[in-house]
Design a protein around this ligand. Sequence first.
Ligand code: F6P
Ligand code: MN
Length: 338
Amino acid sequence: MHKNRTTITQFIIEEQRQIKGASGDFTSLLNDIVTACKVISNLVNHGALVGILGSAETDNIQGEVQKKLDVISNDVFIKSNEWAGHLAAMASEEMEEIYPIPVQYPRGKYLLLFDPLDGSSNIDVNVSVGTIFSILRAPENVDKPTEQDFLQPGTEQLCAGYALYGPSTMMVLTTGRGVHGFTLDQNIGEFILSHYNLKIAPDSVEFAINMSNQRFWTPPITRYIDECLAGKEGPRGNDFNMRWIASMVAEVHRILTRGGVFMYPLDSKNQDKGGRLRLMYEANPMSFIIEQAGGMSSTGLARIMEIQPTHLHQRVPVILGSKTEVKRILSYHQEAAR
Ligand code: F6P
Ligand code: MN
């Protein structure tokens, strides 16, 4: 029997109708992002068959070895989004400088930030990866966009989302009216609404952290994890479970689905850089999603979305997920600071 299913485009258009004064521009921009993610999904799916696994033999601005698929995905995102006239400029994990819209195309009022392929160390081993994006409004009357125009706190984001290339491809996004998930129907090439209004359980007994960094941690993190590991007999009186996928998108998606906390905290190994994860195109969009789903996201000392960025590729410590657990970790930080 035919069942009426809501496509992502229909959902976005209907949402936009609720926003006074919204033009069709935003819907159209999201459509181009969705198209880019479908292309990347298809490439990721075909993997070795289309010769895209392995290293590109270049380093990105972060000093990380770029995978072929990092470079290709970055290109797909640019080509899908540069022509339509919605954007003033783009910025990506894979490009040192911002990418102003080329002169042959009309310039629009939005700025797009993205991490084209997050967790890309997982590609060659066929483990889930994803794309993260964030949309900001360009300052009024910007003629030549600069990096400065992008340096807005996460609270200014108009939309944030990710595509997860897992056993199924999903798109999860927020425009500040809850978080909604869509699953790609490969047969018709459309994302279909499958997870309406996702909410994160406030309590949880599952944590995600790279345990190999244990010796570099700060006392509040060591305390929290030690207490979890002590299990039923310890101060928490509960057995905890641990997961580490090394793909932030997959990690956040698990937390949206069944709760938990994810941490990439400041430690003595990453403190010179300010943390491990990038503020503008990793931490901010994920924080927007997590908060919209009722969770919490912090550096340990401050709400991530309130940080005034000072540069495009800035890094931050990240602690996010189920509210009660994140609050506890923050209280350990406050106690240690006193
Ligand atoms: O881009 C950052 C990232 O790949 C995240 O997706 C992931 O959470 C983290 O790095 C993995 O870090 P590590 O290599 O320390 O496990
Ligand atoms: Mn990344």
